[in-house]
Design a protein around this ligand. Structure first.
Ligand code: DX5
Ligand code: ZN
Length: 216
């Protein structure tokens, strides 16, 4: 059983980004979660490739890139060039998901697919063996600091079944409203990696907060 954590840089202090990244480098964080928003797929805009490039330069850990954008296919090579190791696209944003997954693999990255809260896990039945990671959104994407949607537990159980029964090697990731209270149950139900923004950066004790989520 994996118990990975991928802190979301969206909640970092951008005025002190280098300091926060150094804290993450010294912490038990496994990946860096990079939330890219375009103001079209989600009602918010975050940051783009220049910031990602800078994060990659300072980070000692793999970048897990969550693209909340339309037409992610257009940006496969830029994600790779700017340090992406896992490129994660939304199911709802890809008309030809199989092709997108192939393009990501051909660029030398791991491919992830993300589901919004309303999208059933069963839509992945015919693609589950082609992806390296499935991300279940446990809030509606676009903002940090939202409340965890409880129905995610049920989706997680069904996704775990789908992964096990299909023989897929896909890791399961959960993103949104994750904290030290719900983390143990999520890991227990089969989540391999938890994304956390607010719960990691709140109060400034980044390393302690990560331990509390990971080892609670
Ligand atoms: C939301 C993003 C998340 C977000 C998580 O659209 O995908 O990664 O930063 O933040 P918290 O953990 O604060 O809900
Ligand atoms: Zn995210």
């Amino acid at each position: 059983m994996n118990k990975l954590i991928s802190p979301s840089l969206l909640s970092a202090d951008f005025g002190n980004l280098e300091r926060d990244i150094e804290q993450l480098n010294q912490s038990d964080a496994d990946w860096f979660h990079i939330d890219v928003m375009d103001g079209v797929f989600v009602p918010n805009i975050s940051f783009g490739f220049p910031v990602m490039k800078y994060i990659n330069k300072l980070s000692h850990k793999p970048l897990d890139v969550h693209l909340m954008i339309v037409d992610p296919d257009k940006f496969v090579s830029q994600v790779k060039e700017n340090g992406g190791e896992i490129m994660n696209v939304h199911y709802e944003a890809c008309t030809h998901l199989h092709r997108t997954i192939q393009n990501i693999h051909n660029a030398g990255m791991k491919a992830g697919v993300t589901l919004n809260p309303h999208t059933p896990v069963e839509v992945l039945t015919d693609i589950i063996c082609d992806v390296d990671l499935v991300l279940l959104m446990s809030v509606n994407p676009g903002f940090g600091g939202q409340k965890f949607i409880e129905h995610t537990y049920d989706k997680l159980r069904r996704l775990k079944e789908l992964v096990v029964n299909s023989g897929s090697k896909a890791l399961i990731q959960i993103d949104g409203g994750v904290n030290a209270e719900n983390a143990p149950k999520l890991y227990e139900l089969g989540a391999d990696c938890l994304v956390a923004g607010n719960a990691v950066f709140k109060g400034g004790d980044i390393q302690g907060n990560i331990k509390a989520i990971k080892y609670h």
